[in-house]
Write a protein that binds this ligand. Sequence first.
Ligand code: ADP
Ligand code: MG
Length: 242
Amino acid sequence: MTETRERIEGCCKKLRLRRLTDNLDQVKETDPEKYLLSLLEMEVENRNRARIERSIKTAGFYTMKTLEGFQFDAVTVPAGLSPESLESLKFIDDHHNLILYGNVGTGKTHLATALGIEACRKDYKVGFYRTAALVNLLTALHDGGELDKFMKKIEKLDLLICDEWGYVPVNRDGAQLLFQVVSACYEKRSLIITTNLDFSRWSNIFLDETMTTAMIDRLVHYSHLLIFDGESHRVRTSLMRR
Ligand SMILES: Nc1ncnc2c1ncn2[C@@H]1O[C@H](COP(=O)(O)OP(=O)(O)O)[C@@H](O)[C@H]1O
Ligand SMILES: [Mg+2]
């Protein structure tokens, strides 16, 4: 290694540009300005990619799904929305909620995950939870006196996804805590809820009529309801049917 090269690498190290040293030989430009520009652009690109990967990891998705891999044909999207407008994530800028409602296996989790991943790619902060796990977490944090810290984390999100909403009954304390989270999102950040329960049955799950009504009120105010009425994708694609 030449002395100049060594000193360049030393500077990169001090400036925390370690990855840039890997690219010193990749760029083939001879013009010094063009060379520097290409190198810097590669660094920007690498940092972007790393940031998106981190944000997808922190969001806590259970599966990796994409919008390209999703077929909208069996989803009833409300007037004023379209697959394209969903993909543009305008609902996040508007602080609107999406309620994805339908039977098991119809693609609710897929779409919620794909929108969440798209949001990470566009630099929104996302959190993905199965609702039962979120309630358990909230209860544990509350009991340990650490709920405030978690609520601050929720308040930094642009999009909170609660998957499998209403699949497991929630006791009164749990419902109260969940209500706190929903309230923290109200008009400030977007929620996506996936559920197979219609509103009339929510009080059977949350076991508190008044609070359920208040929760539905908050959720529905700025919500779009997407109905997944296709035959289960698992059934459609299963080998059993061949
Ligand atoms: N419309 C769709 N387009 C592409 N894949 C789908 C669609 N609906 C369901 N799937 C696939 O079928 C499986 C079950 O879907 P999932 O999203 O888990 O259903 P749900 O959450 O409604 O129970 C997943 O592997 C998902 O990727
Ligand atoms: Mg699901």
